[in-house]
Write a protein that binds this ligand. Structure first.
Ligand SMILES: Nc1nc2c(c(=O)[nH]1)N[C@H]1C(S)=C(S)[C@@H](COP(=O)(O)O)O[C@H]1N2
Ligand SMILES: [Mo]
Length: 223
């Protein structure tokens, strides 16, 4: 299948992220996802609960904003939409109109997603990759996967989801510089203000160093 504009296929699926050389966070004994924000009460969804929702398989490529793409991945999990309709909507504060969702990982990483994008058909909370439980490198115990958006949207080690009625402040993390709020890969929405094709060459220079550092913190050892 063709890749989105400006992307190059890599072999395999590298570990990559603002965690750099840090090892993946330890997985708690009974992992949960906290659901908070415009809700009449906060709820926790255990990862075991999540496994009870209708299962969904999704074959997709994965595109990092820096310009690499991992091809032919097979994810399994629950659709984010199923979680939202089933567990969140019934608890929304009356008249609250959710516009943005923040996904937070056990390593403190955060991504901000427009609700409409989060509810898309191909957005999963995934617990399996290529027929195996997610490993630490790729987001154990569960991660967001939104393959139509750049990889920085797909928060690994998901532990908290916030529902906002207006655009929340940007994640204070480095990742990535002035990210585009929609980050749709087919329109090359890499950067908030600059056209995607303009930032391509600079972003590409980041791939080697980040990839090397991330592999150093990998549970599977450098590759
Ligand atoms: N918790 C967490 N999620 C994260 C990141 C991170 O550093 N921490 N990096 C993001 C970026 S920039 C990318 S490209 C993908 C990489 O996913 P992978 O390590 O499974 O390849 O994870 C995203 N999700
Ligand atoms: Mo990325």
């Amino acid at each position: 299948m063709a890749l989105p504009p400006g992307q190059r296929a890599v072999a395999g699926f590298p570990r990559f992220g603002t965690h750099l050389h840090h090892p993946p966070p330890p997985v708690p004994a009974d992992p949960v996802i906290e659901l908070v924000g415009a809700l009449t009460k906060g709820v926790t969804l255990s990862v075991a609960d999540l496994a009870e929702l209708p299962r969904r398989e999704l074959g997709a490529d994965f595109h990092c904003v820096a310009g690499w793409s991992a091809t032919g991945l097979l994810w399994e999990g629950a659709r984010f939409e199923a979680v939202y309709r089933g567990r969140v909507e019934p608890l929304l504060v009356p008249d609250a109109s959710v516009s943005h969702v923040v996904f937070e990982g056990l390593d403190g990483y955060r991504s901000v997603v427009v609700l409409e994008d989060a509810l898309a058909d191909d957005v999963l909370i995934a617990d399996r990759l290529d027929g195996r439980p997610l490993d630490g490198d790729h987001g154990a115990p569960v991660r967001l996967v939104s393959p139509s958006q750049y990889g920085f949207v797909s928060t690994k080690h998901l532990c908290r989801v916030e529902f906002h009625t207006s655009r929340p402040p940007d994640p204070d993390r480095w990742s990535p510089i002035a990210a585009h709020p929609r980050a749709r890969v087919w329109s090359e929405e890499r950067h908030r203000r600059l056209p995607g094709r303009v930032v391509r060459p600079f972003y590409r220079t980041l791939i080697g160093p980040i990839r090397k550092l991330s592999a150093r913190g990998s549970r599977n050892g450098p590759r």
